[in-house]
Design a protein around this ligand. Sequence first.
Ligand SMILES: Cc1cc2nc3c(=O)[nH]c(=O)nc-3n(C[C@H](O)[C@H](O)[C@H](O)COP(=O)(O)OP(=O)(O)OC[C@H]3O[C@@H](n4cnc5c(N)ncnc54)[C@H](O)[C@@H]3O)c2cc1C
Length: 369
Amino acid sequence: MSSNFADVLVIGGGVIGLAIAKSFAAKGREVIVLEKENTFGSVTSSRNSGVIHAGVYYDKDSMKAKFCADGNRRMYEYCQKFNVPHINTGKFIVATSSNEIPKLEEIFSKAKYNGVEGIERVTGNYVTSKEPLVKCIEALFVPSTGIVDQNALMRSYLGELEESSGNIAYNSQFLKSEIFENKFCSTVLSDGEEIIIKSSIIINAAGLKAENVANNILPLDQKHIPKTYFAKGNYFETGKDLKIRHLIYPIPDDASLGLHLGLDLGMQVRFGPDVEWVDEIDYLVDKERQVLFHNDIRKYIPSIKIEDLKAGYSGIRPKLKNKGEGKSDFSIQGEQDHGINNLMNLFGMESPGLTSSLVIADYVCDLMD
Ligand SMILES: Cc1cc2nc3c(=O)[nH]c(=O)nc-3n(C[C@H](O)[C@H](O)[C@H](O)COP(=O)(O)OP(=O)(O)OC[C@H]3O[C@@H](n4cnc5c(N)ncnc54)[C@H](O)[C@@H]3O)c2cc1C
């Protein structure tokens, strides 16, 4: 069995793992990222909406609220500096009935508290003047929302990591780790062979599998490992440019932001994600959900036809609260939480994890320093 050494071992080559890895490498630390798949970011980081969120919805003073508002600014600066394709589309959050107005007001005041810049209340007629297919009675306009090419973003993070002499090992699955003489000794299944990697620091950024990874780090106490629930989000696609140029969001509920209208960088319209609680990771989209999608979408686009909606892709949110239990925040746990020096576990890294990735990376590096 061969043995290697890294100063920092990052488990998971998704958008958050890569952002953290490049930040450590930029500080001159020797970094290895372990990725069990044969490429980076192929799990949740490429199965999302690609939205640069503004930070509207998140509970006051939560990590999500703080990281997202800051992450939004940082993401635009980063994309401009490194030529990552993105568009600042702006978005409308639409109320389609009068009983949704109190919720709209609540979102408005939360957004202002969270520091969302430029948000304003607009009339339904104003929305229709900008987006003729969309009907509502009142809306919030959020100018700082946009979209980004997630894969180009991750390629850029990876490029920075490699320029600072960091590495990513594909087909390399973390199995377990124990502490020996103040170092983590991790067993990794790499291209079918078990190897040992010793490191000073472990960052568990394994996304949907973060709970599983944490369970295999000794002597981490189980009471510090939250249970992760899976909330699948399905998308239905139109495959068309409907000449809509803003993202359109209905009023959210506790588990999701509602069945919204998203755009890719070619302006093709897709809807979702919805929420389907699942026990296993399975990305098949059930065509039967088309009716549920149509019922929700036609509230704000009355002209949408059911046959316009084709089953698309799906992604799975790692949730720290189960169905009906309400919202949860990111859970980023270091020594102050679990008592083990130089170990950081990231749990529940759902939306807005993509938007917040640069800020999360700095937060983790600063805590470790
Ligand atoms: C439907 C949906 C829509 C979303 N929309 C948005 C959005 O519009 N904007 C936004 O900001 N956020 C959005 N998000 C959230 C965002 O996608 C996530 O926060 C982000 O991708 C999480 O990145 P990650 O690196 O933590 O996880 P992942 O991308 O899942 O990466 C974890 C990696 O760890 C690897 N791994 C797991 N176990 C092991 C192991 N034992 N050994 C080695 N490697 C391992 C996996 O293969 C994986 O590549 C959305 C999420 C979902 C599900």
